[in-house]
Write a protein that binds this ligand. Sequence first.
Ligand SMILES: C[S@@+](CC[C@H](N)C(=O)[O-])C[C@H]1O[C@@H](n2cnc3c(N)ncnc32)[C@H](O)[C@@H]1O
Length: 265
Amino acid sequence: MSAAPRPCDGKPPAATLWRGHADGLLRALPGHSIDLLVTDPPYSSVDRASSDGAHLQRWFGGSMGWPEIGRTLRLARSRLRPTGLALVMVNQAGLEAALHAVRAAGFAEPVRVITWDRRWPGLGGGLRHRTEYILVGRLPASRPLAGEDLVSVAAVGPGTAGRYPTQKPDGLGRLLARMAGVRRGDTVVDPFCGSGALLVGAAERGATVIGSDISAAAVRLASKRLAAAAPRPPSSLEGRRRPGAAGASRNSARGGTRPTKGTRR
Ligand SMILES: C[S@@+](CC[C@H](N)C(=O)[O-])C[C@H]1O[C@@H](n2cnc3c(N)ncnc32)[C@H](O)[C@@H]1O
């Protein structure tokens, strides 16, 4: 079991990144404290036999099966506010198992599925995938989700400089934050945050964002990305970055923050 994570500077900042196991973070959060959980778990339905799979294996300390992810989602559900919502990403290979995991975690039926059009296909031979999915875990009193069940945002290309493996586009996080009506004062959590991309939109809308990852490289990247995500008006969100936003200062995830030893950051 992971040690309970603690914020790197002890203050309750607008963005907090933890290095450690997702369950450790979720256990440390009080019940009824999360407004939105948005995450892209390290599911093992990624083809790890492929060269891309071997690359991912080097980056990620490990992957998880959907039954295990389901147990983490159950823990997350126990930390959601009654009006809270969970958005969980999966590819086509894992869709059935992920739906089962979301149901087993106790979310309400029907589990809705948002299709993400990545605008260009993934790598590999045969029938290449241009779509991924976002499962909507709802509670009986969950906030409504606006928009449509097909979203189109360009995926992060494999040639993108400094790209984190499986990095999602910031624009997708922005769109999901808008659909979920994220606003200042909300708490938005990604327990498998990777580069932090899915938290950017929520941070820009003034939410308190919290992420965790077992990878030190991921936490470093997420720190940089979220340090640049200054709150700005919801109307100007999607698909644009504000020039000069890098000076944002409310984040504990400022680039200058150094990781401490062990699982703390
Ligand atoms: C699919 S990636 C997330 C990518 C992220 N959405 C992005 O856009 O960069 C999954 C992440 O989960 C992390 N991970 C694996 N096992 C974990 C665990 N038990 N707890 C927390 N993070 C974990 C991996 O290091 C990886 O960064």
